[in-house]
Ligand binder design. Structure first.
Ligand SMILES: Nc1ncnc2c1ncn2[C@@H]1O[C@H](COP(=O)(O)OP(=O)(O)OP(=O)(O)O)[C@@H](O)[C@H]1O
Length: 254
């Protein structure tokens, strides 16, 4: 086993994963640098979610290696991987899932309280994150009284309140309208940058990927290079990835 380069917070090599025999990743390698916002693009079914699940230790690849800093995630047992996810990683799903009986600030404070943080400091941290995400006024409301975009901001605040080393966001703005999408995403990336949180963001929206530092593209479970055509809502032209370009930016503005 070869240890990954020092400046990568995550480093995955030649990942293979099949769901019940149907291949989702076939030899994907990717690196994530400390503090960067990396978009994982590609059409539906291209393997984005599976890649994020392998990188975050939710799934064990059937072949290949995943390293977090200098720790080999692919050889960890379930207890260690669970601890890693709890202590160092955050996760945002496409649909906002909140506890309906709790207020917004209680939902955000929940991960801190589960770690034993007392009520007052947990409440203070939750309120600060609600303010940062421009939903300070929603603190006392329950999820049922909030708009979908407000609920998704609460989910984002809850994922950031523990200040994880890496935040995995799987299509975090998929259910939102176009205008809300850009605003929520800008808030998420600004908050992550200001706190030095690395973000791995799965998206099939080229405009979403524009907010990232770098994009890697998947197609049918493989990495491909992408050439972005001119224009704001341009499509992506894809070509097989050159393994020797591993580590260089994959999105080339033409
Ligand atoms: N639990 C599962 N059981 C069986 N097949 C699965 C499962 N999860 C994913 N797949 C298949 O694996 C492939 C990759 O799926 P994955 O969800 O990783 O792609 P994706 O790019 O995230 O897609 P989407 O944008 O639709 O979320 C797809 O063909 C999908 O149908």
């Amino acid at each position: 086993m070869v240890a990954p380069p020092d400046n990568n917070v995550l480093w995955a090599r030649a990942l293979h994963f099949s769901h019940n025999g149907s291949p989702a990743l076939t030899g994907v390698s990717v690196e994530v640098r400390d503090g960067e916002i990396l978009a994982v693009g590609g059409p539906r079914g291209s393997g984005k979610t599976t890649l994020l699940q392998c990188l975050s230790g939710q799934l064990l690849p059937q072949q290949g290696e995943v390293w977090f800093n200098s720790a080999p995630v692919h050889t960890m047992g379930p207890v260690l991987r669970e601890r890693l996810r709890r202590d160092r990683f955050g996760w945002i799903d496409p649909e906002p899932v909140l506890v309906p009986e709790l207020t917004a600030w209680e939902n955000v404070a929940l991960p801190l309280m589960l770690r034993g943080v007392p009520n007052r400091p947990a409440r203070k941290a939750a309120s600060e994150w609600l303010e940062r995400l421009d939903i300070g006024a929603c603190g006392r409301k329950r999820p049922g009284a909030l708009l979908q975009s407000e609920r998704q901001r609460i989910v984002i605040a809850r994922a950031l309140v523990t200040e994880p080393t890496v935040l995995f966001a799987d299509e975090p703005t998929a259910p939102l309208h176009r205008a809300d999408r850009a605003q929520v995403l800008r808030t998420l990336t600004t908050a992550a940058r200001s706190h030095g949180i690395t973000v791995v963001l799965a998206t099939h929206d080229a405009e979403v990927a524009d907010l990232a530092d770098r994009t890697v593209q998947l197609l049918d479970g493989r990495r491909v290079n992408s050439l972005r055509m001119p224009g704001p809502s341009s499509g992506l032209f894809e070509a097989p990835a050159d393994p020797s370009s591993e580590g260089t930016a994959c999105s080339l503005s033409v």
